[in-house]
Design a protein around this ligand. Structure first.
Ligand code: MG
Length: 346
């Protein structure tokens, strides 16, 4: 066996500027990783680095040569656990870079076995939650318009970004435009614990499903305060980064929001799912703004989830990769005809 590896940075312009409580993004930089076996079968993955977690395309490109050298030294496309362990030894941090390698290797392993990745794991592709579609922060008129577009396109679950002094007005406007939609909100750490409790009352009146990361991750006591008093379930995203965070959040939220780019690999994501379940938490898989080279891998985990927020590729103007079909947020894992993660270059 001789595995060969390569990587390439791509800039992905967004369909619309994307604003959350922390700032605005107009494009996403992903780094595509490919691992090829001697027969020419190629596994593909990507890193979607997030500056919030200390990574950029530059830091990803800086560590990938060492990570890929570790893959080549193991030289076994089915040694998924060994490679994930070795890459973690080589680079302890940089989870997005490690995750790109993990995804590419899983894609290659499943392709070599001639099955979609979820089949390799033995998961039921018919039992998956639908993905939400995210409406970023904007002028209320624009948010109304985006909501109308999403409803017209058939999306049944919307995720609203909040964290301004217009939050109530925003949710009321969106609820008006989408009376039947499931609406969840994400404050991205913008509220205090007391604001969260107060906001939860009118959010509950507006039929909101849950509140994601209301308070800063640096305030675990605030998360507990909010969780214990909120009218609505609370999900932890920024407070739930790695496996070690799962027991830490277990008594202060209802839902653990995992992301591949936070945890560093597909095996680690599965460990987090099971740890969260063991602690009585529900499980959501979110994403960064990222190509189908990542999203398709996230879709493979969908049968393990209660909630999916896998709209990263849908927010791009153009994605160089096609992935698992997701018409109006319905993740069509059962209809996946390609082996591996299902990601393929357009
Ligand atoms: Mg979030």
């Amino acid at each position: 066996m001789t595995l060969s590896t390569s990587f390439e940075r791509v800039s992905l312009p967004l369909e619309h500027d994307f604003t959350i409580s922390r700032g605005t993004q107009t494009e996403a930089e992903n780094v595509i990783v490919q691992i090829e076996d001697e027969g020419g079968t190629t596994g593909v993955g990507a890193a979607a680095p997030s500056a919030h977690y200390g990574e950029t395309a530059d830091t990803v490109e800086a560590v990938l040569p060492d990570l890929l050298a570790a893959v080549e030294s193991v030289d076994d496309p089915h040694a998924l656990a060994e490679v994930e362990r070795r890459t973690r030894e080589v680079v302890e941090d940089n989870p997005a870079a490690r995750c790109a390698v993990s995804i590419a290797l899983h894609d290659l392993a499943a392709k070599r076995l001639g099955v979609p990745l979820h089949r390799l794991w033995g998961l039921d592709p018919t039992d998956v939650p639908e993905s939400s579609f995210t409406i970023g922060l904007d002028e209320i008129g624009t948010m109304r318009e985006k909501t109308r577009e999403a409803v017209a396109a058939g999306y049944g679950t919307l995720k609203l970004k909040l964290g301004t002094d217009r939050d109530r007005e925003v949710v009321e406007a969106v609820r008006e435009e989408a009376p039947d939609a499931t609406i969840r909100v994400d404050a991205n750490e913008a509220w205090t614990a007391r604001e969260t409790v107060a906001n939860s009352r009118w959010l509950a009146d507006l039929g909101v499903e849950f509140i994601e990361q209301p308070v800063p991750a640096s305030d675990p006591e605030g998360l507990k305060f909010a969780y214990e008093r909120s009218e609505l379930p609370v999900a932890a995203d920024e407070s739930c980064v790695t496996l070690a965070d799962v027991p830490r959040i277990a008594d202060r939220c209802d839902v653990a929001n995992l992301k591949l780019m936070k945890c560093g690999g597909l095996l680690e994501a599965k460990r987090m799912v099971h740890a969260a379940r063991a602690h009585g938490l529900e499980v959501m898989l979110g994403c960064m703004i990222e190509s189908n080279a990542v999203i398709a891998a996230g879709c493979q985990l969908a049968p393990l989830l209660d909630y999916a927020d896998l709209d990263g590729s849908l927010l791009l103007a153009e994605d160089p990769f096609d992935g698992v079909a997701m018409p109006a947020g319905e993740i069509d894992l059962a209809g996946q005809t390609r082996n591996g993660t299902g990601a393929v270059e357009n």
